[in-house]
Each structure stands twice: as structure tokens, then as C-alpha cells.
Design a protein around this ligand. Structure first.
Ligand code: PEP
Length: 244
């Protein structure tokens, strides 16, 4: 079944005191009666803090990346097993800031998704085109290629992931895709997932989602939720998106 999910990506933001205020607000305000799931993906050093603050709440937590390896000589990396020890439910994989800033290839992103699933985490796998690619008319080809790489590695387990369509030009820019344009891409992704026997995968939209534009985006039939960057650092904004 397609789950409604609003997930926050804190990116490399936060400190112990600010996090404590934000996490307490979310834990206190979000109840199990809400119709969709709320989650925060925090920087790795704050996973223990998120776990302590959220473990008795209806809010889930996760990481922003995960290693494709189980253990070993991978300095700076964090394994899926380690994330599980801190109670994570989700791990973002293939965020454009990692594809671009850390040279992560489609194959590596798929290997990370596989490692997450093997450990019992739900990967939130990001796909999306750059502005150049969009202007060249390549949006569909790019997201199709990125999703195909995931399907090739995950096979019958594709149905266990969450996909996030995040046009790179909309991330952190204040420029959001028009709901109909986002829906058009989600329709293509849905068709590709259906063909892979994974039509019930939730597809989130991400890219400058705010309380003011969330309702219009989330009203689209194939947009099952949102991956929220900047606005997830503000409890009121994030809760309003969750309830949009
Ligand atoms: C993101 O980082 O995944 C994101 C969508 O960021 P923002 O909401 O700030 O555009």
C-alpha cells in the first residue's frame, strides 16, 4: 500500500540545543492518529539524540546516507547495521548533493539501497534532473535511468523502497516544480515501478517544499508525500507540511 510520508532532511545543520527544541516540538505535536508518517533524517552524530527524543513518539528518524559496505576500511562511512542500532527506520540514498558533491553513481546509489534493505532499513532513493537536463528535455530519460539502476539491483525488493523525485534545480533554491509538472514526472516513475511489479511504492516530491505550497503538491494523485530540506528545520513549517 502507498504510505503517506513527509520526511525532513536536515542536511548538515543543527546543534544539540537547537535539535533538542525541534525534536521535542515534533514529538509532542505529532500523534499516532495523524494520517501520514512523519520522519526526520538527521546528521549521523545526532542519531542518538534523535533516538532518545523520539523513541516514545509517533515520529520516525533516519540517516541522510549509508555505506554500501557492511564493515571494514571505509573511513568516514556509516554502515546500515550501525544505523539500525540507533533505531533508524529510513536512510536517504542518492541525494543530489551526494551524487554531485561526492561523485555517487547510479550503481553506487543502488548498492546503498540494497545495503539499507538488507539491514532492515527503508531507503528513500532520490532521483532528479539538473536544470540543464530539464532544459534539454531530458528529464524523463534521466529519472528513468536513475530508477532503472535501482530496479536492476533490487529486483523483487524494489517494492520495499520509497522513491523521492527531487528536481535538482528546485532543491534549496526556493523554486518549486509546478504541481502538474511534478505529477507528470511521478506518473512516469509510477509506470516504471508498476512494470517492475512495484506499483505501490510511495513517491515523494522534494524541492523547496514549504507550508505554503505543500497542499497543492500533495493533492496530486501520484505525489505520496514530501522530502523536505530547509523547511524541516522549523517545527511549525514542518508540522504544517505534515498536515497539509
Ligand atoms: C532536500 O534537501 O532534499 C530538499 C528538498 O531541500 P529543500 O526543501 O531545502 O529544497
Amino acid at each position: 500500500m502507498r504510505r503517506k510520508l513527509v520526511a525532513g532532511n536536515w542536511k548538515m545543520n543543527g546543534d544539540l540545543a537547537t535539535n533538542a527544541r525541534l525534536l521535542d516540538r515534533l514529538a509532542g505535536a505529532w500523534t499516532r492518529a495523524e494520517r501520514r508518517s512523519l520522519a526526520v533524517c538527521v546528521p549521523a552524530p545526532y542519531l542518538a539524540q534523535a533516538q532518545a527524543a523520539l523513541q516514545d513518539s509517533a515520529v520516525a528518524w533516519g540517516a541522510q546516507d549509508v555505506s554500501e559496505h557492511r564493515s571494514g576500511a571505509y573511513t568516514g562511512d556509516v554502515s546500515a547495521g550501525m544505523l539500525v542500532e540507533f533505531g533508524c527506520r529510513y536512510a536517504i540514498v542518492g541525494h543530489s548533493e551526494r551524487r554531485q558533491g561526492h561523485g555517487e553513481t547510479d550503481a553506487r546509489v543502488a548498492a546503498k539501497a540494497r545495503a539499507a534493505l538488507t539491514a532492515g532499513l527503508t531507503p528513500i532513493a532520490c532521483v532528479g534532473e539538473t536544470l540543464d537536463e530539464r532544459e534539454r528535455g531530458d528529464t524523463e530519460a534521466i529519472v528513468r535511468r536513475q530508477l532503472a539502476a535501482l530496479i536492476a539491483v533490487l529486483g523483487g525488493d524494489t517494492g520495499r523502497i520509497v522513491v523521492a523525485y527531487e528536481p535538482v534545480w528546485a532543491i534549496g533554491t526556493g523554486r518549486t516544480a509546478e504541481p502538474a509538472d511534478a505529477q507528470a514526472v511521478h506518473t512516469k516513475l509510477r509506470a516504471q515501478l508498476l512494470a517492475a511489479g512495484a506499483g505501490a511504492v510511495s513517491i515523494l516530491y522534494g524541492g523547496s517544499v514549504k507550508a505554503a505550497n505543500a497542499a497543492a503538491l500533495l493533492a496530486m494523485p501520484d505525489i505520496d508525500g514530501a522530502l523536505v530540506g530547509g523547511a524541516s528545520l522549523d517545527a511549525d513549517e514542518f508540522l504544517a507540511i505534515g498536515r497539509a
